[in-house]
Write a protein that binds this ligand. Structure first.
Ligand code: OGA
Ligand code: NI
Length: 330
């Protein structure tokens, strides 16, 4: 998992798994997708107890949250665009935005069993002109609305989390003000003839502050690592999944730990999900909150880094568990 050169981003053009599956009946998985050595430890089966994932009632946390923020999204239509349309939105060499896969740095790297569409959403002036503006309507309008609502939820949650740790509000506001960085990643996991031979999404923690994830079509597949075991997070109607990411672990000096997760696929159903990532502004600093470190009387456990540089480092390496966060440790 060595970091590659300074300027290298996710640069390898990958084929579409969806197209491969839809073109002809596949009975075995092509070698590039075979990753059978996944950790099977403690995956709870359907009869297992649902793990104790806390559920937050946003109405009780804040009265101003819009009620319909989990409204139907036209995500499916995006993946069902004709291939020639999707090709126009495909990742270019040395670009990680668009259709494709993330964190693919070499031709021999194993691939996930999924297509993704990833792009920067906020601040609006950082949107790539060949991506968001080229998305079909009314999807683009839905995304615009969704982006604003999800961003406001993320802001509230981050502020409340800071408050709970008695971090000075200015320290949170400074990082998550108007220039807060928001990116979106839609994931399409086609059914797979040999689900145990592949992984939908490699185990990782999100390298952001807070992720708000929607399991679009209520097919399960997401697992989190809890006490060393993989447990399913079952889709809950009208609910988002909120992931604490590495950047919050850094800001809270390890009090809120980022959650490692992965996606497994199945042989019958396609699965769709929609992750919205929130990070400090690109020119803001990612570092343990000063007021917290002083109060804790502990040392800062992570380096200080400008968000821009943090992201550059992130996209120049393969995704691997919580390895990138570990690289940030002092
Ligand atoms: C992600 C992610 C989970 C899912 O996009 O980072 O973890 O359920 N997605 O697809
Ligand atoms: Ni994730």
């Amino acid at each position: 998992m060595e970091a590659k050169g300074e300027t290298q981003w996710s640069s390898i053009i990958v084929p579409s798994v969806q197209e491969m599956v839809e073109e002809k009946v596949i009975t075995t998985v092509p070698p590039r997708y075979v990753q059978p050595d996944q950790d099977k430890s403690g995956v709870t089966d359907d009869s297992g107890l649902i793990p104790n994932i806390p559920i937050i009632d946003m109405k009780r946390l804040c009265s101003s949250v819009a009620k319909d923020s989990g409204s139907e999204l036209e995500t499916h239509d995006l993946f069902n665009l004709p291939m020639e349309e999707k090709k126009k939105l495909w990742q270019q060499p040395d670009e990680m935005e668009g259709f494709g896969q993330a964190f693919v740095l070499s031709e021999d790297q194993k691939l996930d069993w999924a297509d993704i569409f990833f792009f920067t959403m906020q601040p609006a002036q950082l949107r790539k002109p060949h991506l968001f503006p080229k998305l079909p309507l009314p999807f683009r309008d839905t995304l615009e609305m969704y982006s604003a609502q999800v961003k406001s939820i993320a802001k509230i949650l981050i502020a409340k989390m800071g408050e709970a740790l008695e971090i000075k509000p200015e320290e949170i506001e400074e990082r998550f003000g108007d220039d807060m960085f928001q990116s979106m990643r839609m994931n399409y996991y086609p059914p797979c003839p040999e689900p145990n031979q592949v992984i939908g999404l490699t185990p990782h923690s999100d390298a952001v502050a807070l992720t708000i994830l929607l399991q679009v079509n209520d097919v399960e597949g997401l697992q989190i690592k809890k006490d060393g075991k993989w447990v399913f997070v079952k889709p809950l109607p009208n609910a988002f999944i909120v992931n604490v990411g590495d950047v919050l672990e850094i800001i809270t000096n390890e009090i809120y730990k980022s959650i490692e997760h992965r996606v497994v696929v199945n042989s019958e159903k396609e699965r769709l999900s929609f992750a919205t990532f929130h990070n400090p502004g690109l020119n803001k600093e990612i570092s343990p909150a000063k007021s917290l470190v002083e109060k804790q009387k502990k040392r800062a456990k992570f380096k200080r880094l400008i968000t821009k540089d943090y992201l550059k480092g992130l996209f120049s390496r393969e995704l691997y568990g919580k390895a990138y966060l570990d690289a940030m440790r002092i």
